[in-house]
Design a protein around this ligand. Structure first.
Ligand code: ADP
Ligand code: ZN
Ligand code: MG
Length: 613
């Protein structure tokens, strides 16, 4: 296994719990109702007459023909009677306590429950759907068509641009917008068109929502905030009504800002996808488009700011002039921005003076603002767990390991055989990583199981990597094959753990041929039928643009690249078999080796390290 990427999963509240709760209450009611009636005996009228003759009845409760009563022996009973003068006289003579009530007061609780249960369930369902969809309450049921936008009056948002670190270009662009809002005359005088919509586009966690809040804080004008998913409803027409309502409100407060977070929920390309839900979304989107076309009011400007991490799926009509005609990229933070973001967030924790934020920024390539915030939070948690006075470098190291590699699984006891094999596997990756040119800088290797992997050989680019050369990609393929090869060389067989490595190596080889035009044979033409997701690094399948014959050529060429890399990597490992043994045995003993230790062990000159201390 080799590791470079990380995954973050967000939790959302589950509306099912609301239903479960309602069912539990109803069920409890039923049980209770049964329990209080259970012990009474149903008797015949004739028997009731007998009991009455024998003066064994203590009291009765009569509702029309239905009677519940208690015997002098203490037993409860129930029966139906034919009321008669004689019966009443007899009971009266025996001093029986008689209570009479009208028919419908009988067990009203159960009656109510049974008549209203279906309604109750329905209400409960709607309530929990509503509140889980966007934080609300029962009142929302009666206002489906109202927008769920949160309104902030001027001066109530306390996020400012200084709270958003890095992202200087995005801030510059947004400052222009604020200037427009505050001073439209200044621009109109020279004939400049005031922008209507600004689209913030960037990976999850890069600070888009935060930026929008800062715009609200800086602009000092009314601010409406809503999430794209708040428009989406099962009922056709509701989303469009909400859009209309939102803009009606905004027009009254102009000049103002409307912020639509995660706009891809409504703004997806029309005419794709399945099912009737699509219809609803199209209506909503159409409404949004038409509102954006016509909202210059006499009171002043409305500017719509939207955010998305899927600009690729947005309907093209949204990006036309007069709508979201400004696209502001919110990039992954580079090393300087990461340092600034860290500076913002470390204010909340007590930092040990040994911590150098520059080093931490350098050791966290690919981290977003949200990841960095998480890193600091995790470090602080670890520090308090260890009862330290302040958050030190060690805590940061551990927190970074946890975030990038997953939590350690100390409970997983590996057999000696598995451990030895993992040692060789990871040493194979590590040795090639260190020996080959143009690889990412090796950081450390461990055989402590984490997450789903038994071991990790971890490397990181020296700076912020934005592109890769052919020789870098070839080296990466070789390093990926290193684990497999080391197992084969040492044990003449390999375990299932290599499949992920091979998959990734194959993917790189295919991309080299099909996308990057790096094949000598096929030349620099793109044969790619996948499109990489702009931020998630995932591929999206598209319809194929070329023939089976070409596809075969791509496959053959990719296979050739893998085979060549395989042969070269194998040769290099065999040549350095003594080093492989040395490394594997040391790793088996120590379980973790840092780059410094590895370079020393192999007798190589040390390189710059990625450690945070
Ligand atoms: P997005 O909307 O792009 O997914 P958010 O704006 O919700 O990301 O960011 C999540 C959190 O990460 C923010 O609340 C903030 O604490 C932190 N964060 C992200 N980017 C930055 C930044 N540039 N400066 C400071 N904090 C940031
Ligand atoms: Zn591996
Ligand atoms: Mg967001």
């Amino acid at each position: 296994m080799r590791k470079k990427k990380k995954f973050i999963i967000k939790k959302t509240p589950n509306p099912i719990w609301g239903l479960v709760l309602i069912f539990a209450v109803a069920f409890g009611f039923l049980l209770y109702y049964n329990a209080i009636n259970k012990e009474s005996l149903v008797i015949k009228y004739s028997e009731f007459l007998n009991l009455s003759e024998k003066n064994e009845i203590a009291k009765i409760h009569v509702q029309d023909q239905y009677v519940q009563g208690k015997l002098k022996s203490g037993k409860n009973f129930e029966t139906y009677i034919i009321p008669s003068e004689k019966l009443w006289n007899n009971l009266k003579a025996n001093n029986v306590e008689i209570k009479v009530s009208p028919l419908d007061s009988q067990s009203w609780g159960a009656y109510l429950l049974f008549s209203f249960l279906p309604l109750l369930l329905l209400l409960g369902f709607i309530f929990f759907r509503q509140s889980s969809a966007g934080g609300g309450g029962a009142g929302k049921i009666f206002s489906v068509g109202k927008s769920k936008a949160k309104y902030f009056s001027p001066n109530t948002v306390n996020v400012l641009f200084k709270d958003v670190a890095g992202v200087e270009e995005a801030k510059e662009d947004l400052k222009d917008i604020i200037e427009f809002l505050k001073n439209p005359k200044k621009f109109e005088r020279l004939g400049a068109k005031v922008p209507k919509g600004v689209l913030l586009s960037g990976a999850p966690g890069t600070g888009k929502t935060l930026l929008a809040k800062a715009v609200a804080g800086e602009a000092n004008c009314p601010f409406f905030s809503i999430s794209g998913s708040d428009f989406v409803e099962v009922f056709v027409g509701v989303g469009a009504a909400r859009v209309r309502d939102l803009f009606a409100q905004a027009k009254k407060s102009a000049p103002c800002i409307v912020f639509i977070d995660e706009i891809d929920a409504v703004g997806r390309q029309r005419g794709i996808g399945l099912g009737g839900g699509n219809d609803e979304r199209e209506q909503t989107l159409n409404q949004l488009l038409s509102e954006m076309d016509g909202f210059t009011t006499e009171h002043g400007q409305i500017i719509v700011v939207a955010a998305t991490n899927r600009p690729d799926v947005l309907d093209k009509a949204l990006l036309r002039p007069g709508r979201f005609d400004r696209i502001v990229e919110v990039p992954y933070p580079d090393v300087n921005s990461r340092e600034k973001i860290l500076e913002v967030h470390v204010k909340k924790v007590k930092l040990n003076e040994s911590v150098d934020l520059k080093k931490i920024a350098r050791g966290t390539p690919g981290f977003t603002g949200a990841d960095l915030e998480n890193l600091i939070n995790e470090s602080a948690l670890l520090a308090s767990k260890a009862e330290k006075d302040s958050v030190d470098v060690e805590c940061f190291e551990k927190a970074r390991d946890k975030i990038v590699l997953g939590a350690e699984r100390k409970s997983l006891a590996l057999t000696e055989k598995d451990k030895l094999r993992t040692s060789y596997h990871e040493s194979g990756h590590t040795l090639l990583n260190v020996l080959l040119p143009d690889t990412d800088t090796f950081h450390k290797v461990t055989i402590i199981p984490r997450g789903r992997t038994l071991g990790v050989s971890w490397s990181m680019p020296e700076g912020d990597k934005v592109s890769a050369s052919k020789s870098e990609l070839l080296s990466e393929i070789k390093v990926l094959l290193g684990g497999f090869l080391a197992e084969e060389i040492q044990f003449n067989e390999h375990a299932t753990g290599v499949s992920n490595d091979i998959e990734r190596a194959t993917k790189i080889a295919r991309l080299m041929v099909a996308r990057y035009g790096m094949s000598d044979k096929l030349g620099s033409i793109t044969y790619d039928d996948t499109k990489e997701h702009p931020y998630l690094g995932r591929d999206i399948q598209q319809s194929r643009q070329h023939s089976d014959h070409t596809a075969q050529k791509v496959d053959d060429e990719a296979e050739r690249i893998i085979k060549t890399c395989y042969a070269q990597a194998e040769a290099l490992l065999l040549e350095n078999k003594d080093k492989l043994d040395l490394l594997a045995n040391m790793l088996l003993e120590k379980e973790v080796l840092h780059s410094k230790e590895v370079y020393e062990l192999l007798g190589l000159p040390p390189v710059k390290s990625h450690s945070l201390g």
